[in-house]
Design a protein around this ligand. Structure first.
Ligand code: MN
Length: 486
């Protein structure tokens, strides 16, 4: 790093804590605002190893001196940030190197554009983002908006097969990564769908619920990148909680799209965490559907514990996730499934979820928590399952927050878009410790929230088919399984 009058040289002699905080915030914002989607490999002249493994997008389209300049500038800024963080840790927080009271919210226009394109949830990403922004949650002093960065192919290949990724790549219509169909206003139309008549897309699951689209490669790089951006911020201690409502695609298989999921950002993210040296990662899945592909990916290891709450019934997608699926080999008992029946309401869900979460945290003692808050478990979802309100998820979130561990919140399913926006906005408010008025603020989609125009969701009236006896069978099963972890 160059010598001279560094801003933090001066800072040390002043009101150290506040000045450093200020500089760090400005520098972080600077990187975020000015970030260019290119790969930053470690420069031989710097020692910024913290970023070495997190190479963002490819450099192919930038050449010569322009590239060198850009790389130098970014490396320099990142070195500054790293040094400041090290100083902060050394001076103010020697025992808790990752502590921060900030919540990171992952966002970028291009990420929203891409996630808005998913046929089953077209425009949902914008609805969610606009409601959260309308409540003013993104301007709170304890919230950092983190610009999502797309990843390179090498990250996708940590989980997906080259054949599958090449198939997605074959749908790129442009070479400069601009999006052929720009749908920021959520006007998804069928012109975004790829003409798959001549190609064998079906064998990669790219049909029916996951129709082939144009520029799927650009799409999956954005989605996987959003979750890696979040995990990177947590890993570096920029934030203690990171929120990425645009990730959470838990059904994506290594060589196949499945259940509206074209890429498994969760598995890619957890693999990255393992590469950083974490040895006990807890994954929790609250989506109405079983988190099958995440469970499969880590069923043989004890380094990742997967816990999934879901509706389990003959013929209900994806058909897996019974109480008796507990992992294999070294991973035996490090998979826990909570298969529930139709119509479960807050009271019963909170009981069983509190029990399972408390026990798993106690027995597994994770270092890092990745959680998927699919909102299709909320009453009124067209997938028809549970009768929950966001209260259940808030109670679960409170339990996770109390651990003070690095915590990632992800989205997932949810097919009644106004309820999804209500649910994830409520959870965002909860995570940032801010009380939200039940009367919805004006926002672009305000009229969609009628007739009540309220944030809260009333509990469903369906009969809860989970008897006390059934639930107590589950809780005693949990206790028996977790005792085997000792
Ligand atoms: Mn789902």
């Amino acid at each position: 790093m160059s010598g001279g009058l560094d801003p933090f040289d001066e800072a040390i002699n002043l009101d150290v804590e506040s000045v450093l905080e200020d500089i760090l915030t400005k520098l972080t914002a600077n990187v975020v605002e000015n970030s260019i989607p290119i790969q930053v490999k470690s420069s031989p002249k710097t020692n910024c190893s913290a970023y070495d493994d997190f190479d963002f997008d490819e450099t192919n389209d930038l050449q010569g001196s322009k590239l060198t300049l850009v790389l130098k500038e970014r490396s320099k800024r990142r070195c500054l940030i790293k040094s400041l963080q090290a100083m902060k840790r050394a001076k103010f927080d020697p025992g808790k190197s990752r502590s921060s009271d900030k919540v990171g919210y992952i966002y970028s226009i291009s990420l929203l554009e891409q996630v808005n394109r998913i046929a089953k949830v077209k425009g949902r990403a914008s609805m969610v983002h606009e409601l959260i922004a309308a409540y003013g949650l993104l301007s709170l002093p304890n919230v950092i908006v983190i610009s999502s960065q797309p990843v390179s192919k090498s990250h996708l290949l940590t989980f997906h097969t080259e054949e599958y990724i090449n198939k997605l790549h074959s749908t790129e219509k442009t070479t400069d990564n601009t999006i052929a169909t720009t749908n920021y206003d959520c006007d998804f139309d069928d012109s975004s769908l790829f003409d798959s008549s001549a190609a064998n897309f079906e064998e990669f699951g790219l049909a029916y619920d996951c129709p082939a689209m144009n520029n799927m490669y650009t799409f999956v790089k954005e989605v996987a990148g959003s979750t890696l951006t979040a995990l990177n911020a947590l890993h570096l201690g920029h934030v203690s909680i990171a929120i990425n409502w645009f990730g959470g695609w838990h059904h994506g298989k290594k060589d196949e799209a499945s259940g509206f999921c074209y890429v498994n950002d969760i598995v890619i993210g957890i693999l990255w965490l393992l590469k950083q040296g974490y040895r006990r990662v807890l994954y929790i899945d609250f989506d109405l559907h079983h988190g099958d592909a995440v469970e499969d990916a880590f069923a043989h290891t004890d380094k990742v514990f997967t816990l999934s709450f879901h509706k389990y019934e003959t013929g209900f997608f994806p058909g897996t996730g019974s109480l008796h699926d507990r992992g294999y080999g070294k991973g035996k008992n490090y998979t826990l499934n909570i298969p529930l029946k139709d119509g479960i309401r807050d009271e019963n869900y909170i009981k069983v979820a509190t029990h399972a979460l408390t026990k798993v945290l106690d027995f597994y003692k994770p270092q890092f928590i990745v959680s998927q808050f699919g909102a299709d478990c909320i009453t009124g979802d067209p997938m028809i399952g549970f009768s929950l309100t966001p209260k259940s998820l808030k109670v679960a979130l409170s339990i996770l927050m109390e651990t003070k561990l690095p915590l990632l919140l992800l989205g997932g399913g949810g097919y009644e878009p106004t309820n999804v926006a209500r649910t994830w906005t409520s959870l965002t408010g909860h995570a940032v410790n801010y009380d939200l008025d039940d009367n919805l603020p004006d926002n672009k989609h305000f009229l969609s929230y009628g007739p009540a125009f309220q944030l809260s969701i009333e509990e469903g009236t369906k009969r809860d088919q989970n008897s006390d006896h059934f639930l107590s069978t589950i809780t005693s099963f949990i206790d028996t399984q977790l005792k085997k972890l000792d």
